[in-house]
Design a protein around this ligand. Structure first.
Ligand code: MD3
Ligand code: FE
Length: 206
């Protein structure tokens, strides 16, 4: 369903088996070196969602080849599996695959109390669509406008297995995660909390 111009939600896109595979892969990606970490913001804040990156490392507000705000190790490679998933995701959402090569995954982990404030994603040097895959607990996702972090915005729930693709004008929209709904992960998915995988095109050369 097109929620706003260029923002397409495909509920339950990943079957349970695929969700389980991705959760297992995230567990591996989360391990050191270059594993999951807490992100500090330049203003002295701390992000409550923990994060691990693949392909390029993101720390506020740029992409680097090493985990410069953590253990300093090279970021893990971007797996071909996620490149294929990105192209089938854009195909499912828009009817045609994004031509650019996806090369970054940012994986956020939310416990019951984590959230993400309203922000825009402006650090990529590409206007290719951003792909979001949700795993585990349901969240309230706040989808805003391109002008400011305040109203008007729409709150919707993202559930385990949902695909959301943000392209066109929606690529610049403010968005955030005000709330996690604990205990809502599907039975059979061994996960407490919520994982969100975003796939992106950095526009950088390795
Ligand atoms: C709309 N992540 O990693 S996913 C982020 O659930 C981020 O972890 C949230 O916002 C999460 O930057 C939201 C949905 C999402 C992701 C990227 C977008 C929506 C977006 C980029 C542009 C516009
Ligand atoms: Fe974002």
């Amino acid at each position: 369903a097109e929620v706003a111009p260029g923002a397409v939600l495909v509920p339950d896109w990943l079957d349970l088996e695929r969700q389980r595979e991705l959760v297992a892969a995230c567990r591996e990606w989360a391990r050191p070196p270059a594993g999951m970490r807490t992100v500090q913001t330049p203003g002295g804040g701390v992000m409550t969602a923990k994060q691990v990156c693949l392909g390029w490392h993101w720390s506020p507000y740029r992409f680097t080849a090493t985990v410069e705000d953590g253990d300093g190790r090279p970021v893990k490679p971007f797996p071909p599996l996620l490149g294929e998933l990105a192209h089938s995701a854009t195909e499912a959402a828009y009817g045609e695959a994004e031509p650019s090569e996806y090369d970054v995954a940012l994986i956020n982990y939310y416990d019951a109390d984590a959230r993400m404030g309203m922000h825009q994603d402006k650090d990529e040097r590409s206007d290719a669509s951003v792909i979001s895959l949700s795993l585990g607990d349901t969240c309230v996702f706040r989808f805003g406008n391109t002008e400011s972090r305040s109203r008007p915005y729409t709150d919707l729930e993202l559930r385990s297995g949902d695909l959301f693709v943000f392209g066109g004008p929606s690529r610049q929209a403010f968005h955030g995660v005000p709330r996690i709904l604990p205990g809502t992960a599907p039975a059979g998915l061994v996960l407490t909390g919520r994982l969100n995988i975003t796939l992106r095109v950095s526009g950088l050369d390795r």
